[in-house]
Design a protein around this ligand. Structure first.
Ligand code: HEC
Ligand code: HEC
Ligand code: HEC
Length: 139
């Protein structure tokens, strides 16, 4: 198995390669990733990244908002000046939108860091075959 960093670099290289082509970067959403990567999904849930959208709701993170001169009672979940960094792929094809928000893309999910699932399906297929052969994986 490749080292995770090498893998991520490969993902980034592929993303750069495909972005020039007609292939759309399609985000699959974290629920898909989580269905296989259960242990990563479980630890991700406890991170601030998982709660990024919660922080924009009224009444949450009051202290931090007051400190930042924001209104703690205001709903920032539809504010285009805020959501961009608090969700997956805002404004990009297949990413989160304010008009039709998709729950699996709300928060800083797996694909924010690992890139859109679709661009590395080939690599994943190989990993999946190894997984099936061995009958086990890293989860
Ligand atoms: C059908 C099950 C399945 C789905 C869905 C899936 N993965 Fe995987 N993934 C695997 C398997 C199996 C491996 C290989 C594990 C190993 O080599 O031990 C893997 C490998 C990886 C690796 C590389 C691990 C390494 O050490 O090299 C990353 C990163 C990853 N997946 C992220 C994701 C993300 C992000 C998503 C959602 C877009 C996703 N996976 C969806 C099964 C899946
Ligand atoms: C340029 C990216 C970016 C934008 C735009 C952005 N945020 Fe954030 N936000 C972050 C990052 C990164 C963190 C986590 C690091 C931190 O807490 O400073 C964060 C953290 C937060 C937190 C949690 C702070 C805490 O300490 O608990 C709140 C609340 C928040 N943002 C609200 C907002 C609101 C409201 C807006 C719009 C007015 C906004 N953000 C716009 C990147 C952004
Ligand atoms: C904030 C960025 C970030 C987010 C969000 C994120 N990852 Fe990762 N992930 C990384 C980095 C960086 C590594 C490699 C370094 C390491 O192994 O700690 C990694 C490693 C992995 C690996 C390799 C095996 C392992 O555990 O080291 C898998 C599989 C994986 N992530 C899946 C996921 C899934 C599934 C999600 C969503 C539930 C997710 N990641 C969310 C950055 C992220």
């Amino acid at each position: 198995m490749k080292h995770p960093i090498a893998y991520i670099l490969a993902v980034l290289a592929m993303t750069a390669f495909f972005s020039g082509a007609a292939l759309a970067d399609t985000f699959e959403g974290r629920s898909k990733c989580s269905s296989c990567h259960k242990s990563q999904a479980k630890s991700w849930k406890d991170t601030a990244h998982a709660k990024a959208m919660e922080s924009l709701k009224p009444g949450t993170r009051k202290e931090a908002k007051v400190k930042a001169k924001l209104d703690p009672e205001k709903d920032y979940t539809q504010d285009k000046d805020c959501v961009g960094c608090h969700v997956d792929r805002f404004g990009k094809k297949g990413g989160y939108t304010i008009d039709a928000p998709k729950k699996p893309l709300a928060a800083v999910g797996c694909e924010s860091c690992h890139g859109p699932g679709r661009t590395y399906r080939g690599d994943h297929r190989k990993a999946g075959q190894i997984f099936e052969k061995k009958g086990k994986g890293k989860e």
